[in-house]
Design a protein around this ligand. Structure first.
Ligand code: HEC
Ligand code: HEC
Ligand code: HEC
Ligand code: HEC
Ligand code: HEC
Ligand code: HEC
Ligand code: HEC
Ligand code: HEC
Ligand code: HEC
Length: 580
């Protein structure tokens, strides 16, 4: 067997990008058998590299171009029963090989060819062993070839911005079409066998296409019945991140290449909450109930009308990745609910809406799903928070309903509080005057090269349209709401100590709390399911309002007037009990 010349690296800034360095281990086109191979360093040097994640293997490397066209080593790890090697790459059969030294003996097969798992455990290796993995040589086809069988997808993908990534006027102006440092992300398979070379020879591979995200697929197109070459369907953000990363783009064009992947990676959407992971691991039911908002793989499975509790028992840990909010295949046309302006983007849901909406944990997803609700409100809603629920406080996610003022109990006996139990409820001016609602405030980028995909309010720039001193206003209002939260809590504690029914006094200041107390109290549990019935209705309403304001998390920025109505209602009720 004979190894060819190393394939030329295409990463810019290869010295600093770990993913590029990993490629530098050596990638060869094996001309004898037409397969690509990856050579791994000797075992001695690599023992102890990071452990691989459990469960289904998702793309874990970001490479310019998206889905890798050839295998890339991702890890080698000594385990009790041998050495575990992992790699990534397109679908197809891979073979692991080894030899004892690089110059002498020839490569020997280790085990059988493997598909799908892209990992192999090599039993009892020699102390100074070399490994390599060989996989299918890439064969790119171009999107036109897919159209025959995937007609609907092809038709809508053609209308996305991706299609014009090579012919885009700005790209042409910048000389991108003939600049090698631009082509990995603006064409398909550049630099790889059968990939894009230039506009004259490979026009069918211009722009971003199916195979950028799914890997080379000519073998599949020629033989769709072969299960070993069905292209990968990958939900990991790394697919998009290979191209949508500021770090990979040449510095001269930094202005066009904000840090979407980097920002997203640091955001709370970048990983599933550990507590929810544990919950999904211990109860398959949680995969569809909690997973509908917490797990990207579960949500997309539900959107396809399938049951994640049955199909994702080993694959619920994909976070809220790009493809959860963005439709990889289609450009959508929306009419803004607030100002009637028509706009297009690749999101699955619109940026704004004014109807009340909740997605409960128990509802049948397909009945509860409403595609016309604001993209953030799909998950950031009150989850069906209700006074009747006594085992735990409302969920941490009521932002949309708080912005609209559609959840909570109002005490019309308190001077100034008016119950408008009908639209427009207590909607914040922010819900009605800021055209893209959540996204306008939370996707502001602090600098030109940032993308806003940390989902933080990184600047008060937008606020200046309506407020002269937003920072001062925020400080004033958040202090005030925080104080009122503490005052309301202190009143409830007083009720617990002095006015709670005798049977609840053993709970001390937890007597007003939910069975699993919310974050304002420590210790627990609070009164059990039967004892909850002894907590007076107005105290239940007061704690409900209190936790809605707390868990909204903006301390009055979203909807200060409504927060104040809720807290004053709560205080009025508790005071009524204290001084009756
Ligand atoms: C001759 C018909 C045909 C052509 C051409 C074709 N496909 Fe397919 N494709 C199929 C069939 C049939 C399946 C379902 C295979 C299965 O489930 O085993 C499929 C499955 C897939 C899947 C996986 C779907 C899943 O749910 O796992 C992807 C991705 C895909 N094709 C992409 C492509 C791309 C990209 C091209 C063009 C390069 C292409 N196909 C060309 C027939 C075709
Ligand atoms: C092969 C590189 C590559 C991959 C992989 C890729 N993109 Fe892109 N994407 C681009 C390029 C280049 C453009 C700019 C196209 C243009 O404006 O001409 C773009 C444009 C976009 C746009 C429109 C931007 C705008 O300003 O309107 C969205 C949204 C987008 N991509 C999302 C995604 C998502 C989500 C994924 C993963 C599912 C993804 N992309 C994968 C290269 C890529
Ligand atoms: C690492 C992948 C990558 C490389 C390398 C890359 N681009 Fe891009 N380029 C993208 C992505 C992704 C977008 C879409 C960004 C967005 O809309 O946020 C894009 C967008 C652009 C746009 C803006 C298009 C528009 O309509 O707004 C221009 C211009 C551009 N690239 C030029 C270049 C040039 C010139 C080079 C080489 C000097 C280059 N790019 C190299 C990934 C890349
Ligand atoms: C920007 C990345 C991207 C591009 C371009 C893209 N896909 Fe996909 N594709 C995805 C992602 C992500 C999924 C899974 C999520 C989903 O279904 O929306 C997917 C799902 C699929 C599926 C399985 C689910 C289904 O909808 O049937 C098929 C088949 C498929 N793609 C084929 C294609 C074909 C054919 C093209 C080109 C005409 C294409 N894709 C272009 C990213 C992409
Ligand atoms: C309607 C969508 C939705 C459902 C269903 C849902 N959650 Fe959440 N959850 C969220 C959102 C959104 C947040 C983040 C809110 C925030 O941090 O302000 C969150 C936050 C959390 C947090 C707090 C994380 C932290 O950083 O403090 C925990 C714990 C949690 N959820 C557990 C669960 C469990 C367990 C389930 C299933 C029983 C579940 N969630 C169901 C939307 C949901
Ligand atoms: C929680 C939802 C969410 C997630 C997750 C998300 N995005 Fe976005 N993205 C948005 C919203 C909202 C916009 C603004 C769209 C608009 O203004 O039309 C946006 C805009 C963009 C744009 C600019 C396109 C445009 O139409 O202006 C690109 C490119 C993009 N996202 C890429 C990505 C990539 C890459 C990832 C993953 C690393 C990602 N997004 C993850 C919600 C999301
Ligand atoms: C698919 C469900 C989903 C969608 C859609 C979604 N989020 Fe989230 N979001 C979550 C979950 C779950 C968390 C909690 C993660 C954690 O606590 O680690 C979260 C956390 C957050 C946080 C951090 C909260 C904190 O306590 O630190 C912000 C801010 C946020 N999201 C804003 C947005 C915005 C803005 C959008 C729309 C562009 C959006 N989200 C869309 C589910 C979602
Ligand atoms: C007027 C601008 C504005 C609008 C509109 C807005 N937010 Fe906020 N939001 C803020 C500010 C400011 C904060 C508090 C400061 C911070 O933590 O970033 C905040 C806080 C949050 C938090 C808690 C963050 C944390 O760190 O605990 C979440 C979650 C959130 N917003 C989600 C949303 C969602 C979802 C929407 C739409 C339903 C929305 N926001 C609408 C400005 C806004
Ligand atoms: C389109 C105009 C508009 C924008 C943009 C806007 N606001 Fe507001 N905001 C208002 C209006 C109107 C009120 C209600 C004023 C009142 O009740 O006195 C308000 C109220 C507030 C309040 C409560 C003040 C109070 O005394 O009730 C805070 C805090 C606030 N905004 C912060 C922000 C922040 C931070 C931003 C930017 C992230 C922002 N706003 C963006 C229009 C806007």
């Amino acid at each position: 067997m004979h190894l060819g010349e190393p394939v030329q690296l295409r990463c810019s800034g290869a010295a600093v990008r770990p993913a590029c360095r990993r490629r530098a281990f050596g990638r060869f086109q094996d001309s004898a058998v037409g397969r690509t191979v990856v050579v791994v360093l000797p075992l001695l040097l690599l023992a102890g590299l990071s452990a691989m994640a459990q469960g289904v293997q998702h793309l874990s490397v970001t490479l310019p171009g998206g889905m890798p066209g050839t295998p890339v080593m991702t890890g080698i790890q000594q385990t009790t029963n041998g050495v575990k090697t992992s790699w990534d790459g397109p679908s197809g059969y891979y073979q692991v090989w080894h030899k004892m030294n690089l110059t002498g003996s020839s490569w020997l097969m280790v085990g059988k060819a493997t598909n799908l798992s892209r990992t192999a455990t090599i039993p009892a290796p020699y102390s100074n062993d070399f490994f390599r993995v060989s996989g299918p040589a890439p064969r790119y086809a171009g999107a036109q070839v897919c159209a025959g069988c995937h007609g609907n997808i092809h038709a809508s993908v053609m209308l996305t911005e991706h299609t014009g990534a090579f012919t885009n006027e700005l790209f042409v102006q910048q000389g991108g079409q003939t600049n090698a440092s631009c082509l990995a992300c603006h064409t398909v398979g550049y630099g790889l066998p059968s990939g894009f070379t230039d506009a004259a020879d490979t026009p069918q591979l211009e722009g971003v296409q199916c195979e950028s995200c799914h890997g080379p697929a000519a073998n599949h197109a020629a033989n769709p019945g072969d299960p070993t070459v069905v292209p990968r369907v990958e939900l990991a953000a790394q697919v998009c991140g290979g191209c949508h990363s500021a770090g990979f783009a040449p510095a001269s064009v930094a202005a066009y290449h904000p840090s979407f992947f980097e920002d997203w990676s640091t955001s709370p959407h970048g990983a599933v909450v550990p507590e929810v992971l544990r919950s999904m691991a211990s109860s398959t039911n949680s995969i569809s109930s909690c997973g509908r908002c917490h797990s990207g793989s579960a949500r997309l499975t539900l959107l396809q009308g399938r049951n994640p509790s049955a199909t994702l028992t080993n694959d619920f840990s994909v976070a809220i990745t790009c493809a959860v909010c963005h439709d990889a295949h289609a450009q959508h046309v929306w009419t803004n609910a607030l100002n009637g302006v028509v706009y297009t983007n690749q999101l699955r849901n619109p940026l704004s809406s004014t109807n009340d909406y909740v997605l409960t944990t128990s509802a049948v997803f397909t009945n509860a799903y409403n595609p016309n609700i604001n993209v953030c409100a799909q998950c950031h809603n009150d989850r069906g928070a209700s006074l009747k629920v006594t085992d735990r406080a409302p969920h941490h996610s009521p932002q949309y309903n708080m912005l609209l003022g559609t959840v909570g109990e109002l005490n019309t006996n308190v001077v100034g509080v008016v119950d408008t139990n009908a639209p427009p409820y207590y909607s914040s001016p922010h819900a009605l005057l800021i055209a893209d609602q959540c996204a306008d405030c939370h996707l502001q980028a602090a600098t030109n090269d940032a993308s806003g995909h940390a989902f933080e309010v990184a600047t008060y720039q937008l606020c200046l349209r309506c407020h002269t001193d937003p920072a001062g206003l925020v400080q004033f209002v958040t202090n005030d709401i925080s104080n009122q939260i503490q005052q309301t809590k202190a009143l409830l504690d007083m009720w617990a100590a002095n006015k709670a029914p005798e049977a609840l006094r053993k709970y001390g200041t937890l007597a007003w709390e939910y069975t699993t107390p919310g974050d304002l109290s420590s210790g627990g549990p609070g009164p059990d399911a039967t004892e909850q019935g002894m907590i007076t209705n107005v105290i239940q309403k007061a704690r409900f309002d209190l936790y809605l304001v707390l868990y909204d998390g903006s301390y009055g920025v979203h909807n200060a007037p409504y927060d104040i109505e809720l807290l004053q209602s709560a205080q009025g009720w508790v005071e009524g009990q204290l001084y009756q």
